[in-house]
Design a protein around this ligand. Structure first.
Ligand code: SF4
Length: 170
């Protein structure tokens, strides 16, 4: 009986050790995962949504650290020494969304690449950049005449607006 108890304790310690190693390898902090939009254990069924800003999105994970929720975006196949600006903007949008939907501004968000984890501090400048980008996108959507901003024929070939577009390359 005593032997079985010791075996169970050793087994539990082994599972804990594996969990610690996996979390360390992930580059993410040791924090409770309150929601995930990844894999079988998906719990974030509905996206975060701000009607006021016309903004919606789902971070891959949301961690709870003390009183704060931390959004995490994972790009498992991306390898780069610096984060892509578009990935940072996506993460920044999640920071704004969490602030809008919970009333508490997260201190930072995390962007995980294959080998690196980058942290983006949530500052007034980051929030202002997201809001400015949203305004720019709204202006572009309502604009009647928008010039083509690329020379990529393949992009036009796969574009759903090609039949109506006067700027199409193919
Ligand atoms: S077809 Fe027109 S809208 Fe579509 S990618 Fe090409 S230029 Fe842009």
């Amino acid at each position: 009986m005593m032997g079985l108890g010791i075996a169970l304790i050793l087994c539990a310690l082994g599972v804990l050790l594996i969990a610690i190693i996996l979390r360390q390898r992930s580059g993410l902090p040791w924090a409770r995962v309150v929601s995930t939009d990844v894999g079988e254990t998906r719990t974030l069924t509905r996206p975060l949504f701000s009607a006021r800003l016309g903004l919606t999105g789902k971070p891959d994970y949301i961690l709870q650290q003390g009183d704060y929720l931390i959004p995490v975006e994972v790009k498992p196949h991306r390898r780069a020494p610096q984060p892509y600006p578009s990935d940072l903007m996506q993460l920044a949008a999640y920071l704004v969304l969490l602030e809008e939907t919970t009333g508490v501004a997260p201190p930072y968000g995390l962007l995980r690449y294959a080998e690196e984890t980058f942290s983006l501090r949530y500052t007034p400048a980051v929030r202002a950049e997201v809001l400015a980008t949203l305004t720019e996108m709204r202006d572009l959507l309502s604009a009647v005449d928008v010039a083509r901003n690329h020379d990529d024929a393949a992009r036009c070939r796969g574009c759903g607006f090609r039949s109506q577009c006067e700027d199409a390359l193919v």
